[in-house]
Design a protein. Structure first.
Length: 153
């Protein structure tokens, strides 16, 4: 469920709601998305937005993973504790709890957008530095490339 909505298992319901809305807008059959994918997204939202259903799902997930608090997806996205300590950690939105360097690894387009928003302008110099250096942050992944034509004004 968390993987379907691409959120951390400890994400607040507002973060989960935002992720659901973005994915629903992107994957809805009316805009060319898959009905199967939309069904999975709706199922995940219905479970994770209901506190009782979410608690039951979390209990089942912990049992399935031998009592571990995190599932395989969350462990892989947060496996590098050192990466979290590098630079500023975002405290809002879909990537709450992620460092700017981690977001650069996973979603450089999001950072380019964030730097242009009122909330993200304070991070613009750090974002520019990380994206221009193309630092691979976790698990030896290749550096993200910036797309031309998305320049800032």
């Amino acid at each position: 469920m968390y993987r379907t909505l691409q959120v951390d298992p400890e994400a607040e319901v507002d973060v989960i709601r935002a992720a659901y809305r973005v994915l629903a807008a992107k994957n809805h059959p009316d805009v060319g998305g898959s009905a199967d994918q939309m069904s999975m997204i709706n199922r995940a939202w219905n479970t994770l937005s209901n506190p009782t259903a979410r608690a039951a799902y979390d209990r089942e997930r912990r049992l399935r993973n031998g009592g571990d608090k995190w599932d395989a997806y969350a462990a892989s996205t947060s496996s590098s504790a050192q990466a979290r300590s590098i630079g500023t950690v975002l405290e809002f939105g879909r990537y709450a709890g992620w460092s700017i360097a981690e977001v650069a690894q996973a979603d450089p387009d999001f950072l380019e957008w964030l730097a242009r928003t009122p909330n993200g302008r304070r991070y613009q110099s750090e974002i520019d530095e990380i994206l221009s250096r193309g630092i691979p942050v976790a698990m030896g992944a290749p550096a993200p490339s910036r797309r031309s034509g998305l320049g800032r004004r």
